[in-house]
Design a protein around this ligand. Structure first.
Ligand SMILES: Nc1ncnc2c1ncn2[C@@H]1O[C@H](COP(=O)(O)OP(=O)(O)O)[C@@H](O)[C@H]1O
Ligand SMILES: N[C@@H](CCC(=O)OP(=O)(O)O)C(=O)O
Length: 374
């Protein structure tokens, strides 16, 4: 939805491109080279969010920086293993980070609130909806949600790949119009960014392009996932109908410039798919990591599933079921060649489903509305 906002505080009328955005701020945007928190940059970003907020744009921030800001705060006596270090630094650093945000927003007469989450909170639909409700009520009450992973308790396999993954989940969950990923680089380069002949790819058509040949596996000094995760997440989110922009958070006025219509700011923009996707399907699409089992289907069921008509998975086309799951859990859908076709939310628990393999005239094992094909 695009609308011209009424101007009641003497600001020029700008036709914004988006009115509901998620903004992910990477660790490197918020930290100086020596690892200390870059308060000047934080303050400049808060000023921009405040400007957008005053003009009616709803903003959710996904901010990294807890570990980096904690690391520069405490000196440890004996060497810590990586998990202990991350837990200790994030516990201290997150308090410091949110406190700073709180004070900076207060200078604008605004309130921000902290939402700490873990990957597990996206695995159950109830937790998912609770988180969603929390952020909706914050936005309704003009509070800026500042989201981060709860690094103190999410360790190893329970962790998000990085906050890029988290920001994609938040943008889809909250039905944002755009996700802006701010890093320390202007966008995705078509070669090594340090090579002077490389240039920023300005536009990417959703999930259709293979970007792996451009993207190096190198990361910036405090980053976790690197550019490859940004690309994968951006393509998935754009496929769900949300514009994704990767831009340089160290540039002055970047957010306001990006949102202004007809802007020519250098960035990489992923064009969103125009096929609408239901919110349940969006949740399922991002829940693959939580799959509790596998549903193996025969060729006939595969052909029906991939055909032009919307089709549910019926027990008659199921050949094998692996894993233990409850009704409403997420499972993978596998064809006869062992290839994963997608994921879905099951209508039976695994014990009952196994008993009914091959049966006709039963309710679908996975209803079409709860099915997401790759
Ligand atoms: N093709 C590329 N274009 C842009 N950046 C790239 C590319 N390949 C690798 N990178 C690296 O990705 C880094 C950004 O990712 P990351 O370190 O995860 O940042 P953040 O902390 O913002 O999440 C850049 O600083 C750059 O070194
Ligand atoms: N939750 C961590 C963020 C880690 C992370 O993903 O960092 P980045 O790749 O800079 O977004 C922190 O606050 O330090």
């Amino acid at each position: 939805m695009k609308r011209n906002l009424q101007n009641n505080c003497q600001l020029p009328i700008v036709d914004w491109q988006f009115n509901r955005i998620a903004v992910k701020i990477g660790s490197n945007v918020l930290t100086r080279k020596d690892g200390t928190l870059d308060i000047t940059r934080m303050s400049a970003l808060v000023d921009q969010v405040a400007e957008l907020h005053r003009k009616g744009v709803e903003v959710i921030l996904i901010s990294s920086g807890a570990v980096a800001s904690g690391r520069s705060e405490i000196k440890v006596g004996k060497k810590l293993d990586s998990v202990s270090a991350r837990q200790l630094y994030s516990a201290v650093g997150q308090a410091k980070l949110i406190n700073r945000y709180y004070e900076l927003f207060r200078e604008h007469g605004m309130t921000c609130g902290q939402v700490l989450t873990t990957k597990e909170n996206f695995g159950s639909r109830t937790h998912y909806l609770n988180q969603k409700h929390c952020m909706e009520v914050m936005l309704e009450n003009k509070v800026i949600p500042i989201v981060n992973e709860n690094d103190t308790i999410s360790v190893t396999e329970l962790m998000f790949t990085d906050n890029d993954e988290l920001s994609g989940l938040i943008a889809t969950m909250m039905g944002m119009e755009a996700l802006i990923i701010l890093s320390n680089i202007d966008g995705i380069y078509n070669g090594n960014p340090s090579d002077p002949s490389s240039t920023v790819i300005r536009e990417i058509d959703g999930g259709k392009e293979d970007l792996s040949e451009y993207v190096q596996t190198s990361k910036s000094s405090f980053g976790r996932g690197g550019m490859l995760t940004k690309c994968n997440i951006a393509q998935k989110v754009a496929d769900e109908g949300i514009t994704v922009i990767i831009a340089n958070g160290k540039k002055d006025n970047i957010l306001v410039d990006l949102l202004a219509k007809d802007n020519h700011t250098v960035c990489t923009r992923f064009i969103p798919s125009d096929k609408p996707v239901s919110s349940v399907k969006k949740w399922i699409a991002h829940s693959e990591g939580f799959a509790k089992g596998e549903i193996h289907i025969n060729l006939g069921a595969e052909e029906a599933l991939l055909g032009p008509k919307a089709t549910s998975i019926l027990l008659v086309g199921v050949t094998r079921i692996t894993g233990d799951f409850e009704k409403d859990d997420i499972v993978k859908i596998i064809n006869e060649e062992g290839i994963q076709l997608g994921v879905g939310c099951v209508g039976y628990d695994s014990t009952e489903a196994r008993k009914l393999i091959g049966c006709r005239d039963k309710k679908p094992l996975i209803h079409y509305d709860y099915l997401y094909l790759d």
